[in-house]
Each structure stands twice: as C-alpha cells, then as structure tokens.
Design a binder for this molecule. Sequence first.
Ligand SMILES: NC(=O)c1ccc[n+]([C@@H]2O[C@H](COP(=O)([O-])OP(=O)(O)OC[C@H]3O[C@@H](n4cnc5c(N)ncnc54)[C@H](O)[C@@H]3O)[C@@H](O)[C@H]2O)c1
Length: 359
Amino acid sequence: MGQKAIRFGVVGLGMGRHHCVAINNARGAELAAICDKHPGRLAEREKEFKIKAYQDYAAMLKDPDIDVVSIVTESSTHADLGIAAVKAGKHILVEKPVDITPARINKLERAVAAAGVKCGCIFQARMEPCSIALKKAIEKGKMGRMIGMHGTLPWYRGDDYFLGPFGPWRGTWTIDGGGSMMNQGIHTIDQLIFLGGPVKRVCGFYDVFNHNIEAEDLAVACLQYENGALGTVFTTTCANPGGPQTVYGFGTKGSFRKAGALLTSYEMGGKAERKRMMEKFGDTDTNPDASKDAMAVALDGHTMLMEDMARAIKQDREPIISLAQARHAVEVVCAVYKAANTGRTIEVARMPGARATAS
Ligand SMILES: NC(=O)c1ccc[n+]([C@@H]2O[C@H](COP(=O)([O-])OP(=O)(O)OC[C@H]3O[C@@H](n4cnc5c(N)ncnc54)[C@H](O)[C@@H]3O)[C@@H](O)[C@H]2O)c1
C-alpha cells in the first residue's frame, strides 16, 4: 500500500464526529465517507466534512474506496455492524464497549478471523502518555509485587443525556448493556486492567438513585486479580459536580495515583525518577473535562488510535488495542452485574488463550 493513506468510513455520527476529526488529524489516515441513518444528522456532518455521505450502511460497505469502517453506533449494535463490515472485506475500528456481552464479542472475533482483516478497539485513556509511562514502570517491577488497584469515576450526567438526541438508549440493559459501569465506568475498568492485569473474580452492588433509567447510575465492585492483588471500583453518573476519574495503585515497593490524564503521585524508583515523572506527567492535563459533558472527549487518544490502525494495516500486524484486550473490560463489567444480581462472587468468564493478552 506504500505511502497511500488508509481510507476510513465512519458509521454513527454522534461520537463519530470526533472520529471524523481525529481521522482528519491522523497521519496516514483519510476520511473517505460518513454514514448515519438519521438524515438530519447526516446532512449536518456532510456539510461540515464535505465528504461522501451514506444513509444506508449496506451501501457504504459496497464502497471500494473504504479500507476501514469505524463503528460508533449504539453499543449493542457494534458486533452486528462489525460482522457485516468484515464480511464485506473491510477492516474495523470499534468504539468502547466492543459490544455489551462477551458472547457477542466472541462472535465478532470469529468473523474477523474468518475474514482475515484487522480489528482495532477504542480505549483512548490507554494512549495517555501518563498511562503508558506507568505501565512501563509497573512492567519493570518498580512497584514491586502488586497489592491493590482502585478506581473511581465520579461523573455527572443530566436527564437530557439519557433522553438522547436520537432516542433514549443510554442507561438501558438491552442497548447500553447497563449504566454507569458499562457506559462510562468501562474506561475506569479498562485502566484497572491495563495497569493491574486480568481480573479473576468479582463481587459487587449497583442501584439506580437519581435518574429515570432502567440500569444503574451507581455501581461498586471488589476485584481479585489473577496476580493476587485486590481492587475496588466505584462508578456513578450521579456525582454533581463531577470530578476526574482517578486510578490508584500500590505494590510492595511503591505506588502511583492518576487523576484524569494527570499523574498526581508517583512514589517509585529513586528521587530523580520521581521528580522527572511528576514534572513530565504531573502538570500536563489539558484534556477537556468529560466528568460533566459526554462530548468533552480529548482528541489525542483517538487520533493516535487512528494512526495506529492505519499503520497496523500497512504493517500487517495487530492494532495496539486488539479485540482480545478490549473484551476483558466487558467480561469484568458483566461479571459485576451478575455478582450484584445473584449476591454471589463471580469468576470472570475469559476466552481460552486470552490470559496473556488482557493487558
Ligand atoms: N470513547 C469515548 O469516550 C466515547 C464517548 C461517547 C460515546 N462513545 C461510544 O460511542 C458509541 C455511540 O455513542 P453516541 O453517544 O455517539 O450515540 P448517539 O446515539 O449520539 O449516536 C449513534 C448514532 O448511530 C447512528 N446509527 C445507529 N445504527 C446505525 C446504522 N445501522 N446505520 C447508520 N447509522 C446508525 C444513529 O442514527 C445515531 O446518530 C457508543 O458505543 C458509546 O459508548 C465513546
């Protein structure tokens, strides 16, 4: 494919608008087409991006000028739309959560393998320089043996968010797959996996407190990691005013704390390393604040993931966040809901062979 840009088609133009901007900003990627079944939304984005626009997804999939389909529709539609795209010979990039159950994701994985195409996933916080640096430090053993990982997501979403401009799918079990933990808190769960490793078993509680929605607006869980560490997680859309997602980890030799994309504490390595890490990652958080506004999502992570997707296709390798990696967060969230529904501790269902790839 040489230096030719990889051409993206984006389906779903809510958050998909961010994908369009990120693709336009990404090196080696090019926005080739957009698609939304809602004519008004499609017309607005067509005017903004001046690009080929499809109301019919099947018609976009027939377009030979598209290499990758970026899937940014309601969460429970990702696997089905992904399967249609890979059957049409397209690579796919899928927004979080990959879909709302491990079974659907496994079906998508089989279709991707059969088609021999690439499937990349979005968890933009994995691309934050602070997350990458922390992961390297943990892998080098600077924290010692991991003991505890803790995450909180104290966000606020008003009633209008759940009513949605195009139908009230958010906070439903059937389309969103849950509430504060499956939709918003899955970012926190994924950070806890990325930095802490695969989760073995969970227990948890959830309830709906301050929204007129079916699924929960507050969930808590205890996690036991495969490496033996213990963890806790708290996610809500009721925290008014909201605050940044925080992730805190500690081991036998050190600890860290992260708020949003900002490093707020780094207690590992020598004095010089601590100073360097805090100077480099401690005051660089220029990200928009998604704690109150669902669309205030930083673009850098998405842009990097678009660039990586384009490179993965050219280099014939797995995208940096593979489907096997992104699936584990859904496995954990589903296990937390099951634990809360049954009052039991639940073993997290893992795909055979996924053990080595979750982080
Ligand atoms: N990474 C992040 O930080 C982030 C932020 C927000 C949303 N998201 C994810 O993005 C996805 C979309 O969320 P949203 O807030 O943009 O939802 P939304 O309801 O605003 O937009 C979904 C769009 O998809 C379109 N659509 C659905 N099925 C279609 C089809 N078959 N053909 C064409 N168009 C179709 C709808 O018409 C709608 O315009 C969700 O999975 C959500 O979890 C991720």
